[in-house]
Ligand binder design. Sequence first.
Ligand code: SF4
Ligand code: SF4
Length: 89
Amino acid sequence: MKNKKRSSISRIVIELDKCTVCRSCELACSYHFKKEFNPNKSQIKILFDPKTAVLRITQENGCDLCKDEKSPLCVRYCVSGALKTERAE
Ligand code: SF4
Ligand code: SF4
């Protein structure tokens, strides 16, 4: 049965204070969709203003939770632990 365990993932949880603005998640996401490393084609967006140090992370509607992958790629490549998966009850 394909990806039985990961099918219960309901959303990606973001902990802003752990984010180092490395942008690996954007590259991983664009690879998932386009097989290329291009932040412009990512469904997760790191929005950081260096002048104010304000950080926002958003997920666009196109996020499919990496349905055909073993696990969500943005979470897998977020080494700081700022992204985690939440499972459905
Ligand atoms: S991979 Fe994690 S630490 Fe890096 S920018 Fe994305 S959320 Fe932040
Ligand atoms: S779960 Fe997959 S599709 Fe959704 S933002 Fe993360 S890498 Fe992109």
